[in-house]
Design a protein around this ligand. Structure first.
Ligand SMILES: Nc1ncnc2c1ncn2[C@@H]1O[C@H](COP(=O)(O)OP(=O)(O)OP(=O)(O)O)[C@@H](O)[C@H]1O
Length: 314
């Protein structure tokens, strides 16, 4: 028979092992007065995934992450982290969080702050390692309030790492960071995902999603409008572009080529959007002998973003 007293002494982070789903929101909605911030959002993040949450300003990214972490009450729906109410998972040290503009204690030296926060967790990362990983070691003795905006953002990242969490949730983590600090942050994120840890981050930098995420969740107007591997989301915009220069021929001749869905002309360049670039190219060369400077361009995340969010501001 299980001894429940004994069980309750096992650190929560151990009890969470092997549950499979790191973060989950189900049928979550949230309104602020007349504004619908989230409208029936479902999201399950498996352990080990690196998920980028993208969307224009006001799409609901921060609201969704805050609800998922139990920092904001949903109007409807539920949130779980490692199968538990989010507050319990957060207390256990299983989750590290970096939120936009999170306030920091200003009068405390960086090293002391990191050390105090690490001390609240059952199995923290060694403080020296946190300071190095977040790139704050060089100013560990300085008071937080004296640091620049980018340096303070690095301190926020350090605090997110302090508990050596199995899940990191980062809301626009590289805002205000210089090139080297960005690279260092992503290097640490990569090191963690290589160990099978889970990372969920919101960003406006599509290249960050492209480079570091294995899954993209695209929010617009409080709804998830695309969710899948980066390549699949890119493919949603439909097909490859074939561009070439030609002396003549009219649009309808190109429209008749196999696979072609759309044709437009940019000066002397013809741009075909095709669902089967191999077939299009074979027929193009067979039928038109004055075609030159042929290039094929795969859709990028930027075009997927614009097409799926209706070209809203981001
Ligand atoms: N405390 C609040 N009071 C009123 N409206 C709010 C509040 N917080 C968010 N909203 C509104 O909810 C919607 C979603 O906001 P949210 O901050 O989640 O978007 P976001 O995708 O994170 O945007 P951004 O990219 O600008 O950070 C927006 O229309 C925003 O104006």
């Amino acid at each position: 028979m299980t001894d429940s007293r004994h069980y309750s002494r096992i650190p929560l982070s151990t009890r969470l092992n092997g549950m499979g789903i790191a973060l989950e929101v189900e049928a979550v909605s949230k309104r602020y007065g007349g504004t619908v911030a989230l409208d029936g959002v479902d999201l399950k993040v498996k352990e080990g995934q690196t998920v980028a949450v993208l969307g224009p300003n006001g799409a609901g990214k921060t609201t969704m992450l805050s609800i998922a972490l139990g920092l904001l009450a949903p109007g409807a729906g539920t949130a779980r982290v490692f199968g538990l109410p989010p507050a319990d998972a957060l207390r256990s040290g299983a989750v590290g969080v970096l939120l936009q503009d999170a306030g920091l204690l200003e009068d405390v030296p960086v090293g002391e702050l990191v050390s105090a926060v690490a001390g609240m967790y059952p199995a923290p990362m060694p403080v020296e390692r946190v300071l190095r990983a977040a790139g704050v070691a060089e100013f560990a003795g300085r008071r937080v309030g004296r640091l620049s905006g980018g340096q303070q953002q690095r301190v926020r990242f350090a605090l997110a790492l302090a508990g050596d969490p199995r899940l990191l949730v980062l809301d626009e983590p590289t805002v205000g960071l210089d090139v080297d600090s960005r690279r260092a942050l992503w290097q640490e994120v990569r090191a963690r995902t290589a160990e099978g840890r889970t990372v969920v981050f919101a960003t406006h930098y599509l290249t960050e999603a492209d480079d570091y995420a294995d899954r993209v969740v695209l929010l617009a107007g409080g709804k998830i409008v695309a969710d899948g591997p980066v390549e699949a989301v890119k493919a949603l915009v439909g097909g490859t572009e074939v561009r070439f220069v030609t002396g003549g021929a009219d649009v309808s001749a190109f429209e008749a080529l196999p696979g072609v869905r759309q044709v437009h002309i940019e000066g002397r360049t013809v741009v075909l959007r095709t669902g089967d670039s191999d077939a299009t190219l074979r027929a193009l060369f067979a039928k038109f002998d004055d075609v030159r400077d042929v290039r094929t361009v795969s859709p990028d995340l930027e075009s997927a973003f614009v097409s799926l969010t209706g070209g809203q501001e981001r």
